[in-house]
Design a protein around this ligand. Sequence first.
Ligand SMILES: N[C@@H](CCC(=O)N[C@@H](CS)C(=O)NCC(=O)O)C(=O)O
Length: 218
Amino acid sequence: MWAAIYPLREVPTMKLYFAPDTCSLSPHIVLQELGMPYELVRVNNRTKRTSTGEDFLAVNPKGYVAALELDTGEVLTEGPAIVQYLADLMPEVGLAPAAGTLARVRLQEWLNFITSEIHSGSSPLFNRALPEDVQAIFRDRLFRRLDFIEVNLTSRDYLVGDGFTVADAYLFTVLGWMKGFSIDIGRWPATTHYMQRIGARASVQAALAREAETSPAA
Ligand SMILES: N[C@@H](CCC(=O)N[C@@H](CS)C(=O)NCC(=O)O)C(=O)O
């Protein structure tokens, strides 16, 4: 009777638009951490079409992953917003401190740092058209940001509090790109251990495996 009056919150089935080796891995790890059902749709970032033949620009006019379609049909974009939305669906899992607390603002401080200083900060290194001396300027700047991360990870296992949060899912994702820029993360020992520790999580392994088995988009 009580269930009829107060039904348990229904777990929505969401659709995550992703591309392999990109920032969409971060919300994907979070979905795995939460143990929620979800559908994965692979996006071809070159053609802007999905593996199901959809025009991705109709889903996210900004044309980039990640995008999360809710069961209402609404689409959420911007990684830091998506992961916080997901964490708040199941606060008991503890992937983000409660909204309105200083700890939550600390989490947002990290998410903003990762998105602007590491994610966007490393974008020029993807640009093969940039001359080496210009790339060196961006690389140097990025190294100073990585030094800052190293100092923080020397005294703690996770970015915020005592446990894994959505900030760790995002940092793990963007630091995973460094090898592709010929940046040896071994130069930062605490960060190297952190990457090994986070990379060994079941959620990370499961997200990577699911992405690998998804067929390429057209
Ligand atoms: N501000 C966005 C940036 C997302 C982004 O950079 N996505 C990349 C992959 S990591 C992408 O899909 N790029 C394709 C494009 O811009 O055409 C966020 O934080 O979610």
